[in-house]
Unconditional design. Structure first.
Lengths: 261, 303, 422
C-alpha cells in the first residue's frame, strides 16, 4: 500500500552539529509507528522538521493525503496542519486560560471559514457553523472522555486529562497523520494503558495513522506496528516490535541498558 | 580644509553622543542578557542620575567647593544613589514577576518608567532646571577647540575609561564571570551554586551606575535637564543596544557609536529636523530586518 | 513573626528615606544659590513607606498562600450576591439602568460635566479598541496613539484643505488608520512580543515627530484649529445642543464598540486570537495562520483608534501633536491592564475610573500619572487578570449531541475513575 507520510533522507544541522542526519521514514495508512531512541537522539528535532517549526537542511517530506501528494518542505506549520498533519507537544501546550471546549474549538479553525463580517453581523451561516463546531468539539471531547468537564479551564484539568485534551484538539484539525510527542510522559501505569486503548480507538474511528515518540517501552512494544530507532541523529534500525527486540544494534545502543534495568 | 575641519567636528560630536548612548545601552544589554527583559525604566534611571548629581552639585556649590571636586563628588553620589534605585526597582517591579508571562515584566517596567518620571515632577519640578557649569577648562584643547570642546573631551575620556573598566570586570572578576555564566544558562548557573538573585541585583546596580555616569556627563554637557530627558535618551540607547545585538556587551558599545555618528552626520550635512526620526527609523528597521543586530547571533527557538 | 515584620518595615522605611533623600529631601535653586531642606517630606516618606512595606509584605504572604488579596466577603453575602446576579431582573435590569442613566445625564448636567463624560467615553472606545490586540490577542502595542493621531489628523487636514465634514471623515479616518495599521503590521507582526512593543512605540514616535516637523502641512506644534463639531443635517445648533448631540453620538459609538468587541471575542476569529495569546506555537500548530490573524486584529484595532481620533478632533475642535505622545498610548494601555486583558466590562470601568477620578478628585489629579504607573506595576504583580477578569461564555450544546451515548462509552473503557472525579 502507498505510504501516507514519506520522509526521504531528512537532515537538519545546527551550525556544525548534525541533529538529524539522513533519516528515511514512511507510514502506511492506518499504521501506528513509533520513533524511539535515547535522549538527544534527535527525535523531537525530526518532529519539528516534519511539522515545519524547523526547515529541513536536506531531504524531503511528502504527504500523500486526499489523493494528492504535497511536499511539506518550506511550508509554515499552519499550512502543514491544514494539509493534514497534526501534532501534540512533549511539554503540554494547551491554551491554559481557555475552557476545555474552546481548546478543541480552536482546532476546528482551519476547517471552518466564518470571517470577521460573519461574526460581527451574526449571519445565519456563521451562527450555524459555530453551532456545528461546538457540537463536533463536544463529540470529540466525548471520545476522549472529557465531555463532563467541557466548561472547565484547561489548566485546571489533571495531568493525564490535559494530555488527552491535546489529542482531542489535534483531532479537531481532521488530520491524516497524527504525531504524538511522548504522549505517556508523566502518566501512571493505569493512565498509560488507557492512553493505549485511546490511541488505537482513535486510529479506527478517524481512519488515520499515528507517529509517536515514546520512552515507555511497554506501550511502544505493545501498540506499534513498526518501530524506528534513532541514535545520534541517524536511524539505526527499523522493523516490527519483534524484530527490534532482537536487533543486536538496537540492543547494544539502547535496549541493552533497558532490559537490564 | 574648512570642510575637513567640519567633518572632524561632526565626527567628534558623534563620538561624544555615541559614547553616552553606549553607556546607557550597556544597562539595557546587561539586563536583557540575564533576564531577557527590556528594562523600560532604564532611561528614567539615567534621568535620576542627572537629577541626583544636579542636587548634590547645587548643595556643594552653595558651600563653595572647587568645581572639579564638586563634579567628582556629585558623580560619585549619582552612581551610588542611582545604583540603589536600580537595585530597589528590580526588587519591587521585576523580582515578583519571575516566571510570569513574558509581557508582564515589560508592562511593569513601563509602569515603573511612568512612575519615576512623575516622581521627579512631584519631588522636584516639571520645568527645565539648569545644571551648574562644572567642567574644568583644559588649555591643551585650545588648538583644536573648533573641533572638540572640553565637555566632548571629558565625555570621551570618561566613557572610554568606564567601558574598559566594565569589560575587564566582566571578563576577569568573579562576579563578572558569574554574570556571563548566568546569561548563558540560568539553570546551569544555579546548579553550579551561583546565586541568580544576587547576580541579577548586581546587573541592575552596574547597569544603573553606568547610566548615572552617562546622566551626569550629559547634564554637564547640555547645561540643563528635565524629567523627560530619560525617555528619548533611553529609546536611543535601546536602539543602540539592538543595533549592536541586544545581550552583547561589545555590541552595545559599537551600536552606541554607530548611532551617535549617524545622527551627527545627518544633522550636520542634511537637517537637524530629522535627528530623532532617524533614530526611531533605525530602531524600527533594525528590529524588522535584523532583530539580532550587527554582532548578535540568531537564536533557535526551543519547542 | 510580628516583630520581624515590624523590623522589616522599619528597615524598608529607612532604606527609602536614604534613597529618596537627594530628590525628595533637597531642593536647590542654582541661580539664587539657596538650599531648601525638606525634612518634613522625608519624615512623611518614612511613615508612608513603613505602612506600605507592612502592606506589601502582607500582600505577598497572602499571595504565597494562594489567598486573594482582598478578603472574600462572608459566604452568606456571597451567596445572596450570586443569587442576585442570576436573577433575570438584575441581569437585564442593571445594564438597562446604566444605559438609562447615561441617556438622561446630559439633560441634567452642565456642559462642563457633559464634556468630561464625552472625553471619558472617547477613552472607553480607544481602550476597547486596544483591548482587541492587547487583551484578546496578547500582542503588546505601545504606539496606539499614532493610529488615533492618523484618524484625528485625517479629519483635521481633510477639513482644512477640502472642507470635508465630520460624517464624510469618520469612515475616511477609520480607513486611513487601517491602512497605516496594515502597512506597519505587515512587516512587524512576525516579531517576538517585546520587540513588537518597541517597534510600535518607535512607529508612534515617528508619526508624532513627522506631524511636528511637517509644519507646512500639519501646522507643526501649532496644530490645526477651528475644526467643526459634528453636524446634524446642516442644522444650526447652540453650543449646549451641539455638546449634547456629540454626547449621544459618542455614547452610540461606545455601545456599537461594546457590541462589536463582544461578538468578535466569541467568534471563530476571537477564539483564534485568544489561542494566540495563550500559546503562539500551539496556535500555529492548530492550522491558524498567526501572521494573518494578528494582522486582522491589528487592523481592526487601528480602525477603532481612527474612529476615536475623528471623534476626538470633532470634540476638541483643535489638534496638535502634543495629544498623541507615548504617555497617551501608555495611559490607554494602563486602562486595558487595569480593566483586565480581554474583559469588556473591566476595561470600560477602568477607562471611566482613570479619566473621571482625576476630574472629580482635584487633589488626585496631580498624582494621576504617578498612580497610572504604580497601578500598572501593582496589577501585574497582584492581579494580572485585571479588576474584572474576562467572563467565560456559556456554550449551548445541541440536545441530541449531549444526550447521545457514544459507542466508545459502551465499550466500558477504564475511564470510570476519571469520570468519578469530574
Amino acid at each position: 500500500m502507498n505510504p501516507v507520510l514519506e520522509v526521504k533522507k531528512l537532515s537538519r544541522y545546527f551550525g556544525g552539529l548534525k541533529a538529524v542526519s539522513e533519516v528515511d521514514l514512511s507510514i502506511a495508512p492506518n499504521e501506528i509507528v513509533a520513533l524511539i531512541g535515547p535522549n538527544g537522539a534527535g527525535k523531537t528535532t525530526f518532529f519539528n522538521c516534519i511539522t515545519g517549526i524547523y526547515e529541513p537542511s536536506e531531504g524531503e517530506v511528502l504527504l500523500h493525503a486526499n489523493g494528492t501528494t504535497t511536499s511539506l518542505n518550506g511550508k509554515k506549520p499552519h499550512a502543514i496542519t491544514a494539509l493534514g498533519l497534526a501534532r501534540t507537544f512533549q511539554n503540554i501546550r494547551l491554551f491554559q486560560e481557555m475552557t476545555v471546549l474552546e481548546n478543541v474549538m480552536v482546532g476546528f479553525h482551519c476547517r471552518t471559514s466564518a470571517g470577521i463580517m460573519g461574526a460581527l453581523l451574526h449571519t445565519p451561516a456563521a451562527l450555524r457553523e459555530e453551532q456545528e463546531t461546538i457540537d463536533q468539539a463536544y463529540g470529540l471531547l466525548r471520545s476522549v472522555n472529557l465531555h463532563n468537564s467541557y466548561a472547565a479551564k484547561a489548566r485546571n484539568l489533571p495531568y493525564g486529562a490535559q494530555r488527552r485534551l491535546e489529542i482531542a484538539r489535534a483531532l479537531a484539525t481532521s488530520p491524516a497523520v497524527l504525531l504524538l510527542d511522548e504522549p505517556a510522559a508523566g502518566m501512571n501505569p493505569f493512565e498509560t494503558r488507557e492512553l493505549e486503548t485511546l490511541v488505537q480507538r482513535i486510529r479506527e474511528a478517524h481512519k488515520l495513522c499515528v507517529l509517536l515518540i515514546e520512552h515507555d517501552m511497554n506501550i511502544v512494544m505493545s501498540m506499534s506496528d513498526r518501530i524506528y530507532v534513532m541514535e545520534y541523529g541517524s536511524c539505526i534500525a527499523e522493523g516490527t516490535p519483534m524484530e527490534i527486540r532482537h536487533n543486536p544494534k538496537v540492543i547494544k545502543a539502547y535496549l541493552g541498558e533497558e532490559s537490564h534495568a | 580644509m574648512e570642510q575637513l575641519l567640519y567633518f572632524f567636528e561632526l565626527f567628534f560630536g558623534g563620538l561624544t553622543r555615541g559614547s553616552i548612548y553606549a553607556l546607557i545601552a550597556l544597562g539595557y544589554t546587561l539586563v536583557y542578557g540575564i533576564i531577557e527583559l527590556i528594562n523600560f525604566a532604564h532611561g528614567e534611571i539615567y534621568m535620576l542620575g542627572a537629577f541626583t548629581a544636579m542636587v548634590v552639585a547645587g548643595v556643594l556649590g552653595v558651600y563653595g567647593l572647587p568645581s572639579a571636586a564638586i563634579l567628582i563628588i556629585a558623580a560619585l553620589c549619582a552612581v551610588v544613589w542611582v545604583g540603589a534605585y536600580g537595585f530597589t526597582i528590580e526588587k519591587i517591579a521585576y523580582k515578583p514577576l519571575r516566571g510570569a508571562p513574558r509581557l508582564s515584566p515589560l508592562i511593569s517596567a513601563i509602569g515603573m518608567s511612568i512612575f519615576l518620571q512623575n516622581y521627579v515632577i512631584l519631588a522636584q519640578t516639571s520645568d527645565f532646571v539648569s545644571f551648574p557649569q562644572l567642567l574644568p577648562e583644559l588649555p591643551f584643547l585650545e588648538k583644536i577647540g573648533s573641533i572638540m570642546g572640553e565637555s566632548d573631551f571629558i565625555i570621551l575620556v570618561t566613557s572610554t575609561a568606564t567601558m574598559i573598566a566594565l569589560t575587564l570586570f566582566i571578563r576577569y572578576s568573579k562576579t563578572g564571570k558569574a554574570m556571563r555564566a548566568t546569561a548563558q544558562n540560568r539553570t546551569m548557573a544555579l546548579l553550579l551554586g551561583i546565586d541568580a538573585n544576587k547576580i541579577i541585583s548586581m546587573t541592575f546596580i552596574i547597569g544603573s551606575a553606568l547610566a548615572a555616569i552617562g546622566g551626569v556627563l550629559i547634564a554637564a554637557h547640555m547645561g540643563q535637564i528635565n524629567f523627560a530627558i530619560g525617555f528619548l535618551a533611553g529609546m536611543k540607547a535601546f536602539t543602540a543596544a539592538v543595533l549592536g545585538g541586544i545581550g552583547s556587551v561589545p555590541g552595545a558599545m559599537v551600536g552606541g557609536l554607530v548611532l551617535g555618528l549617524c545622527e551627527s552626520f545627518t544633522t550636520g550635512y542634511f537637517s537637524g529636523d530629522y535627528e530623532d526620526v532617524l533614530s526611531f527609523g533605525i530602531l524600527v528597521l533594525i528590529l524588522v530586518l535584523r532583530p539580532d543586530g550587527i554582532l548578535g547571533k540568531a537564536k533557535v527557538q526551543k519547542v | 513573626m510580628f516583630k520581624t515584620r515590624i523590623i522589616k518595615a522599619l528597615l524598608a522605611a529607612l532604606w527609602f528615606m536614604v534613597l529618596t533623600f537627594p530628590i525628595v529631601g533637597i531642593q536647590v535653586n542654582t541661580t539664587a544659590r539657596n538650599i531648601n531642606w525638606r525634612w518634613d517630606r522625608i519624615a512623611s516618606m518614612g511613615i508612608g513607606i513603613f505602612v506600605l512595606a507592612l502592606l506589601w509584605n502582607w500582600c505577598f504572604e497572602r499571595k504565597a498562600l494562594g489567598l486573594p488579596i482582598i478578603k472574600k466577603l462572608p459566604d452568606s453575602f456571597h451567596y445572596s450576591f450570586n443569587e442576585l446576579q442570576n436573577r433575570p431582573l438584575f441581569k437585564k435590569g442593571l445594564p438597562i439602568a446604566i444605559l438609562a442613566a447615561m441617556l438622561l445625564m446630559p439633560l441634567v448636567s452642565s456642559i462642563y460635566q457633559t464634556n468630561i463624560m464625552i472625553s471619558a467615553m472617547v477613552y472607553v472606545i480607544l481602550a476597547l479598541g486596544l483591548n482587541i490586540i492587547v487583551g484578546l490577542a496578547g500582542q503588546l502595542v505601545l504606539g496606539y496613539a499614532a493610529f488615533y493621531a492618523v484618524g484625528a489628523y485625517t479629519y483635521g487636514l481633510l477639513y482644512h484643505y477640502f472642507g470635508l465634514t465630520f460624517w464624510a471623515c469618520l469612515p475616511l479616518g477609520g480607513l486611513a488608520a487601517v491602512i497605516a495599521g496594515f502597512l506597519l503590521g505587515l512587516p512587524v507582526l512576525g516579531l517576538r512580543g517585546d520587540y513588537l512593543a518597541i517597534v510600535t512605540l518607535g512607529f508612534g514616535e515617528i508619526v508624532r515627530l513627522l506631524l511636528l516637523s511637517q509644519g507646512d502641512i500639519t501646522g507643526g506644534p501649532r496644530g490645526i484649529s477651528n475644526i467643526p463639531r459634528p453636524s446634524f443635517f446642516g442644522m444650526k445648533m447652540t453650543l449646549d445642543q451641539v455638546t449634547n448631540y456629540t454626547y449621544y453620538l459618542v455614547l452610540a459609538g461606545v455601545l456599537i464598540t461594546i457590541l462589536v468587541i463582544s461578538r468578535l471575542k466569541n467568534s471563530r476569529i476571537g477564539l483564534a486570537l485568544q489561542a494566540l495569546r495563550e500559546d503562539e506555537i500551539a496556535c500555529e500548530a492548530m492550522g491558524i495562520n498567526t501572521t494573518r490573524i494578528k494582522l486582522t486584529a491589528f487592523m481592526l484595532c487601528s480602525c477603532w483608534a481612527g474612529f476615536a481620533g475623528v471623534i476626538f478632533a470633532a470634540k476638541t475642535t483643535y489638534l496638535n501633536p502634543a495629544s498623541f505622545t507615548f504617555m497617551d498610548s501608555a495611559m490607554i494601555l494602563s486602562m486595558v491592564v487595569l480593566g483586565g486583558m480581554g474583559s469588556i466590562s473591566g476595561v470600560v470601568l477602568a477607562a471611566m475610573l482613570l479619566i473621571l477620578a482625576p476630574e472629580y478628585l482635584r487633589a488626585f489629579s496631580e498624582y494621576r500619572m504617578l498612580l497610572f504607573g504604580a497601578v500598572m506595576v501593582l496589577m501585574m504583580i497582584f492581579r494580572p487578570q485585571g479588576i474584572i477578569a474576562g467572563a467565560h461564555r456559556d456554550y449551548h450544546i445541541s440536545e441530541n449531541i449531549r444526550e447521545k451515548a457514544s459507542p466508545e462509552d459502551e465499550e466500558g473503557n477504564a475511564d470510570s475513575a476519571e469520570r468519578a472525579s469530574a
